[in-house]
Design a binder for this molecule. Structure first.
Ligand code: GTP
Ligand code: MG
Length: 188
């Protein structure tokens, strides 16, 4: 799938008409700092369309990007950033859950993990919620460039045991490993 265009549409914190546009949404969800925004830039062949890096926990909004004029990529705030006050953390989790409770036209969820760290309880809970909501889930094990081949096999096995029932795609927003496969799954 070729990316021909990608533009920022808007950031929301609550109800908005963009949620109900008749366009499929691809929602990137995961813990803070796992590389959701970097992965989106990698997929979209852009360096800084999606704000990433340096300041984890900075994203407090749900950001919508229109891709190829027909599909919405959704960058969600990361959960679990320990340096944020507890009430802010809880508010972000509520916002993420609220988003997934919205009945939208069509949606796939890309659950992003740090391949080296693997899933924690919050990730497993998020996965459970997504399955309960009958979302189509693609699990992405990002930062795979930080592992050697042996560690890579071990981690993928461990993730698939903790999160059974979805495809796990190893990838790196840094080296672009896995990019084509993720795009294929997103656009299929
Ligand atoms: N080595 C390596 N580093 C990565 C990769 N992807 C992202 N990073 C780094 O991880 C850090 C966090 O990346 P972000 O894309 O901002 O992470 P995020 O998940 O959007 O974080 P929040 O917006 O806080 O939820 C940055 O320093 C990135 O450069 C990767 O594939 N490999
Ligand atoms: Mg981000």
């Amino acid at each position: 799938m070729r990316i021909e265009s990608a533009i920022f549409r808007k950031g929301i914190r609550g109800n908005d008409n963009i949620l109900f546009e008749e366009k499929p949404q691809v929602a990137f969800v995961g813990r803070s700092n796992v590389g959701k925004s970097s992965l989106m830039n990698c997929l979209l062949n852009r360096n800084d369309l999606v704000k990433s890096g340096k300041m984890p926990g900075k994203t407090r909004e749900i950001n919508f990007f229109l891709v190829n004029g027909k599909i919405l990529f959704v960058d969600l705030p990361g959960y679990g950033y320990a340096n944020l006050p507890i009430d802010v953390r809880e508010q972000l989790v509520r916002m993420i859950q609220w988003y997934f409770f919205q009945k939208v036209f069509k949606r796939k969820a890309v659950l992003v993990l740090d391949a080296k760290v693997g899933p924690n309880d919050m990730d497993i809970e998020m996965y459970r919620i997504l399955r309960e909501q009958r979302e189509e889930v693609i699990i992405v094990a990002n930062k795979i460039d930080t592992l050697n081949q042996k560690e890579k096999n071990q981690q993928i096995k461990m993730i698939s045991e903790k999160m059974p029932g979805a495809e796990i795609i190893p990838c790196s927003a840094k080296t672009k490993e896995g990019r084509d496969l993720i795009l294929k799954r997103i656009f299929s």
